[in-house]
Design a protein around this ligand. Sequence first.
Ligand code: PEP
Ligand code: MG
Length: 570
Amino acid sequence: MIDSLFNRTHNENWIKGIPASMGIALGKAFVLKPELFFVVENGDKNYDKELEKNKLLLAIESVKHEYIESIAKINVESTELATILQSELMILEDEYFLSTIESHISTNTSAAKAVYEEFEKNKTLLKQAENQIFRDRITELDNIEKKILKNILNKQTIPELEQNSIVVAQSISPTDFLWYVDNNINALVTEAGGITSHLAILANSYRIPAIMGVSNATKNIADGDYLIVDAYDGLVIINPNEEIVELYRQKIHQISEHINSLGKLINLPSITKDKVKIQLWCNANSKNDLNTALINKAEGIGLVRTETYILKHNKFPEEEEQFEIYRDIANICYPLPVTFRAFDIGSDKFIDNLLKKEENPALGLRGIRYLLSRKDIFQIQIRSILRASANKNIRFMLPMITTLSEVTESKQLIDEVKNELRANNTPFDNDMKIGVMIETPAAALISYELAKLVDFFSIGTNDLIQYVLAADRTNEFLSDYFNSIHISIIRLIKHITDSAKKYKIPVAVCGELASHPSFTEILIGLGVDELSVAPPLLLEIKERITNSKYKHCKKLVDKLLKNPNEYDFI
Ligand code: PEP
Ligand code: MG
């Protein structure tokens, strides 16, 4: 209907993208210009050299101050981070560096461009260095450059967002997204981004309608344009007429009626027609998620991405702060079980100043690898989780597992912390369940051995698909890999559930696939015990479960496994 309306009204302007977080929003566009827009300066302008030098000095002083404050705040145990910050501070204090930038300004260049040129020159030199230590310094230069430029360009004040703006950007980091959420954005439109990227997951959590992979969005949309973001159909409509706006108001009304009609399922059990119980849990990345999960009577929380806190605050929380966060969540949900996942940072969850830039971060020091390389940080998290577990409704989960030793080493650390707590008479749940994410091909293939070591599995299909199919989850051109289910994934999930059954441990799916109604029957047929879904979709999934028959689902999976060609699953 909407398409036909467009055909009749040629003056309407609309562009398509990939729906990444469902919903509809109306509002004014706020177009984020690429950060380095000053690079295109054409040199025609006459700069006031003294003014530009002043801008530079002020920016450097303020960034130095920022560093000094951060170093003072760092926990004494984080010596590595303090060393990195100290060495970045030394670069800022280097007089030669400063005078070279000033000399660029003397040749009629703006302060920002002078900083950019000098840093780029040095980064290019370092890239050519044979020694890795020198190449590692590029990250440090990047960090400092960004900070100085943000300061000169006053980036902190650029987003003077009107309430309910729709942010249009080439791409934004999960960290920046959380900043925009605090500033009440209404929707998000990006040129880059895949549907299982962490940005998309966060947008879902915060109920911010999002469309990604919208080519040339920042060129075709101007600041202040009135937009309709239809994140069901992946449509961005620019400056629509009143007829279309009215049509969307009706659509919003119909959707809310449909959601209300699902309300009748809230108190029904989540079982198939032939009485097979499927646990229906929720993922929770925000207070909103928790509320929706509880209102819709989720049976537990299957995934709390604890790293969200770090993304928001750009620092590791202190033990007391972590303890309070975990304890409060566990109390709100009590007696329902809550699954806290150890910090899964790295990959697209990059945190300025805390992580080193890597050439290939999705295959880098991510999740458990990072935590075992920083046992000081890991121990603090374990202690906070254990302290919060006294009421016995917490499960703990390890991300990005690829080897058995990562699990045994982590369990040993957990035991050490338990002994410490015991010695101090601090209460905790001695039987707290420990599980692993099965999200790498290696973990799936050693699931038989892993099942002996842990109390539960949770399949992270977002990463499992990314790593099995070699398809970057943040790449907008590869969304189809995540919108369908390849036979290799079906075979691996079957292997995982078979391994788990041998050792009688439950298997959950907490990746986005669990929230896709079209895959519910396949997951049931594969023998998955628990689906942990995005809270707004819980009732849709429950509708699927209660309308399906386990026997039929099993037959469907048997057929798929025997004849994948027939079903176009390869
Ligand atoms: C997954 O990989 O499916 C998962 C749930 O974890 P995350 O999306 O946080 O990587
Ligand atoms: Mg994952």
